[in-house]
Design a protein around this ligand. Structure first.
Ligand code: ADP
Ligand code: ZN
Length: 220
């Protein structure tokens, strides 16, 4: 089973993706998390990726596609979070899945208004433990203990690219490169959109419930 999480930066792809992975026992493949880990370990891939990520730009397609295909080879049921982000990546994924006799169950598109994205992303903190990958928000979704991950107890950190200037650039990049994927997957009959109200107290639960209903509907 393959699920794709689509949506602008800071719409909750990772948070909702985590819940979906737990429910259906999927491997969470988050390209941003992988790049951040490579950057931290100062690998050649990390150094290359950092040139783009620090500016809010996309890592080049050929680098990203090769990296993702390498990972997919070792995985069975997968939730893709942050990939594909361009039409070229979507085409490469399609070819890969065809070759391996696999298909996409659903593309879950998360909709959040831009002004809410900027608000939410500026106050985001993430778990420093890469095996965990949990994400919190000091205003909207605080951890039980300040600065500490509820799930694994590791310290929470701020992402370098979660500052207002870089977020604006990431939104521009999203509209230019990634938004066309909404039409692309609509035409494939795979698109399922969820509108999110970030001011609800139980936004995460409500959104997760909707996503699960969608996936269950497509599995039957
Ligand atoms: P968000 O969705 O909040 O922007 P991610 O962690 O998914 O965060 O991505 C962070 C950054 O990593 C992106 O701004 C981009 O530079 C890079 N990146 C992640 N996934 C891809 C991808 N599929 N193609 C190109 N660049 C990517
Ligand atoms: Zn954690």
């Amino acid at each position: 089973m393959y699920i794709i999480m689509l949506g602008a930066p800071g719409t909750g792809k990772g948070t909702i993706g985590n819940e979906i992975c737990e429910k259906y026992n999927l491997t969470h493949l988050a390209t941003g998390d992988i790049f951040r880990d490579e950057i931290k370990r100062e690998t050649p891939l990390g150094k290359k990726a950092n040139e783009y990520i620090s500016k809010g730009e996309l890592v080049p397609d050929e680098v990203t596609i090769a990296m993702v295909e390498g990972k997919l080879n070792e995985m069975k049921d997968v939730l893709l979070d942050g990939f594909p982000r361009t039409i070229a990546q979507a085409e490469a994924l399609k070819e890969y899945l065809n070759k391996n006799n696999k298909n996409i169950t659903a593309v879950i598109n998360l909709n959040v208004p831009d002004e809410d994205i900027i608000k939410r992303t500026s106050s985001r903190v993430i778990c420093s433990n890469k095996e965990c990958g949990a994400s919190y928000n000091t205003i909207f979704m605080p951890p039980k203990v300040e600065g500490i991950c509820d799930k694994c107890g590791s310290p929470l950190i701020k992402r370098k690219d979660d500052n207002p200037e870089t977020i604006k650039e990431r939104l521009n990049v999203y509209y230019k490169n990634t938004q066309p994927l909404i039409d692309y997957y609509e035409k494939e009959g795979l698109l399922e959109s969820i509108d999110i109200n970030i001011y609800l107290e139980n936004t995460k639960e409500v959104t997760t419930e909707k996503a699960i209903k969608i996936i269950d509907g497509r599995l039957n």
